[in-house]
Each structure stands twice: as C-alpha cells, then as structure tokens.
Design a protein around this ligand. Structure first.
Ligand code: DGT
Ligand code: MG
Ligand code: MG
Ligand code: MG
Ligand code: MG
Length: 260
C-alpha cells in the first residue's frame, strides 16, 4: 500500500530501546498515596486489605506479562523484573513501562471492591512508573535488597510510631521520642514499652511481598475419560521471603539464569 504524505512524521519517534543484555526493572508507585490512604481510611501502620489489593494487581500483571520473572512490592510500590534476555516489545522502554503501569492501575481499580467491600473508591488511583536497566546479577540483587531494606526501615519506624501514638501520646511526641534512634533502639522501645517482639510480627509487614512462578498442582477433569488429572504448572504465587540473604536465591536458582 502506498504511504501517505504524512507518514514521514514517524521519523520523529525516537528509538528508546533498553540496553541489550541488561535486567530491566519497572517500578510503579502510587501517586500521592499519602492523601489517597488518608482519604480511604487505610489502617496504620499497615492495612492488610491494601496489601492484598496491591498483590492482586501485581499478580494479574505477572499472569499477563509472561516475561516477568520476579516482582517485589511494599507500601504503594511494586517492582517487576524482566530478564536480560527478554525481547518483550523489542525492549522498548516506554512501551514496556506504560503497559505494565496501565495493567497495574486498571487491575487495582477493577479489584478494589473485592478487598474494600465497605469503602467506596473516591478518586481514580494513579501510579507513576520508571524502567531502570541493571547490568549484572549483583546490581539487580542490590536493587531488590534496597527495596526490601526500605520496607524494613519504614515498617520498623511506623510500627514504633503508631504503637506510641496508640498508647495515648500525640504524633509530635512520638516523633520526638523516635528522633535520632537506631534500629536497636526502636526494637527496644517496642519490646520494653509495648511488649512487642518486632521479629515475630508477620513477615508480610516486615518483608513485603515477592511474586515468583512456582510449580503448582492444578487439577482438572479429563474430557475423554472423565477422570481427574493433576498437572504441574508454573503459576505466580505471593511469598513474604527474605530476598536480601543468599538463601532465597539458592532455593530458586532459575531466577538468576537470564537466558530463559
Ligand atoms: P508520590 O509517590 O511522590 O506521589 O507521593 P506519596 O504520597 O505516594 O509518597 P510515597 O510513595 O513516598 O509514600 C507512600 C504513602 O502511602 C505514605 O504516605 C504511606 C502510605 N501508605 C502505604 N501503605 C499504607 C498502609 O498500608 N497504610 C497506611 N495508612 N498508609 C500507607
Ligand atoms: Mg515519592
Ligand atoms: Mg507514592
Ligand atoms: Mg512509595
Ligand atoms: Mg494499537
């Protein structure tokens, strides 16, 4: 078919493909969730309904985009990792980033009422997204460790802060009490003042959420024989493991093989 005389404008679309042979990480983050969480009366410091909704939206993204090998989420953010060998959308950064963030936001909205049956969604939730390339296994693992360490630091602070506030102090008093404290001090405050052993709190809060594809038994009924058949399928599952230590990566060596 003949090209129209307008076709030349295509030249203005610049190549934005990600560096070949690098891990691609798309991180989405709720826009203005400080206000969004207040408006919808999220529980403090952690709202389990909100965590489950974030995980659901991320699961749908991972189900939909087969190249994603691992995802990590905490607070209002989720990171999706594509292996160095991925050729998804010819590695075009804007195409990959916009598809992932759009799928995430629409699923967050679509499934809202399942997780918040008694809370009307008052504004359309919005997420930003960026794609960053990591050149080595080390930088990829350090990236994921950075996000999980961030989860730990914020959760320890928030758990201590709200324990102090719920004991009758003002938010300003809680802030002053925690100013300049180290992790060990916050652990000590939680233990001696509130009888909370931080390390025994549920991993979902301390570690955030990890999604990987795991061998799962799927049962179905054979159309031919009418008998039940069990098949092993790799399906995305949500875990709350420590991804900073070597153990996790030893247990799942396939994750760091980038030629899959
Ligand atoms: P941004 O990302 O620059 O558009 O601005 P924000 O306000 O989204 O800031 P961000 O992403 O640094 O912080 C996330 C906010 O979401 C923070 O105010 C805490 C809030 N948040 C996240 N998860 C929960 C939760 O489970 N419960 C409550 N109450 N708040 C939460
Ligand atoms: Mg921010
Ligand atoms: Mg945010
Ligand atoms: Mg955030
Ligand atoms: Mg189209």
């Amino acid at each position: 078919m003949a090209k129209s005389r307008y076709e030349y404008v295509k030249q203005f679309e610049l190549d934005d493909s990600a560096l070949p042979g690098t891990w691609m990480v798309v991180r989405i983050d709720g826009r203005g969730f400080h206000g969004f969480t207040d408006m919808h009366k999220f529980e403090k410091p952690n709202d389990l309904r909100a965590i489950h909704l974030m995980n659901r939206a991320a699961l749908e993204v991972v189900r939909n985009i087969r190249d994603i090998i691992i995802a990590y989420g905490q607070s209002d953010e989720y990171s999706f990792v594509l292996p160095a060998s991925s050729t998804l959308y010819s590695r075009r950064i804007s195409k990959i980033t916009s598809t992932i963030v759009s799928l995430f936001a629409s699923n967050y909205t679509m499934h809202w009422a399942e997780y918040f049956p008694d809370t009307k969604l008052l504004v359309p939730p919005c997420f930003d997204a960026r794609l960053v390339c990591y050149p080595t296994q080390k930088t990829l693992r350090d990236y994921l460790s950075w996000r999980q360490a961030d989860c730990h630091i914020n959760n320890l602070y928030n758990t201590s802060f709200w324990a102090i506030v719920h004991s009758g102090k003002t938010e300003q008093e809680a802030e002053e009490r925690l100013r300049g404290t180290f992790s060990k001090d916050k652990n000590e405050i939680l233990f001696s003042d509130f009888n909370i052993n931080y390390n025994t709190l549920e991993a979902v809060y301390r570690k955030g959420s990890v999604i990987i594809r795991q061998e799962t038994e799927v049962k179905s009924v054979s159309q031919k024989s009418g008998e039940e058949v069990v098949r092993l399928r790799r399906l995305p599952a949500v875990l709350h493991d420590d991804i900073i230590s070597n153990e996790f990566w030893k247990e799942h060596p396939e994750l760091l093989v980038s030629s899959q």
